[in-house]
Ligand binder design. Sequence first.
Ligand SMILES: Cc1cc2nc3c(=O)[nH]c(=O)nc-3n(C[C@H](O)[C@H](O)[C@H](O)COP(=O)(O)O)c2cc1C
Length: 182
Amino acid sequence: MDAIELLLTRQSDPRLVEPAPTDEQLEIIKQAALRVPDHGCIAPWQFIVVTGEGRNRLGEIYYQSAISEQQEEKVINRAKELPFRAPMLIIAIAKYKQHPKVPRIEQVQSAGCAVLAMQQAAFAQGLGGVWRTGYFAQSEGVKEALELTEQDEIVGYLYLGTPAVECKKSAKHKPEQFFTYL
Ligand SMILES: Cc1cc2nc3c(=O)[nH]c(=O)nc-3n(C[C@H](O)[C@H](O)[C@H](O)COP(=O)(O)O)c2cc1C
């Protein structure tokens, strides 16, 4: 797949099954994350790969956080299952670094770019991925368990694996709806 085809056909695959990315595929995904725009060259990122048994640990972190933050019963009941929606997840974190010219929002944007870059790297290798957030990206309990500071931000959980079904999506939007000229 060439770069333009990737950019024009990238899509998410919410239903993901084994196999997970191989070590070689994961290495490319990691390297793609580290090529994103980075104002001030401060590399404000941290990535946590969760796979195999690690998904039980993440589920337990979700579960304990949901209980201590008094979430609704349905959130608590689903907590342990969520990481098992794919064989691998990468937790993408904006690791805040104080800088005179790089506000926190730019650091969060850079980490967001890394999520997309990793998803694209997966897609280009025939894998599937979906970027998810939700309550567990905002939970202080989860951040604490992952040893993050208040200023750090979980920008997303990138679920990775093999698409369960082949479902090619066509383009949803037309450029003229969003682009104007000044
Ligand atoms: C910051 C961000 C957070 C998202 N969080 C979720 C989520 O929690 N759950 C979900 O189903 N989709 C979420 N999405 C949307 C999916 O990643 C995906 O973009 C959407 O299903 C559309 O599919 P497409 O990428 O093929 O257009 C999120 C997207 C972004 C950019």
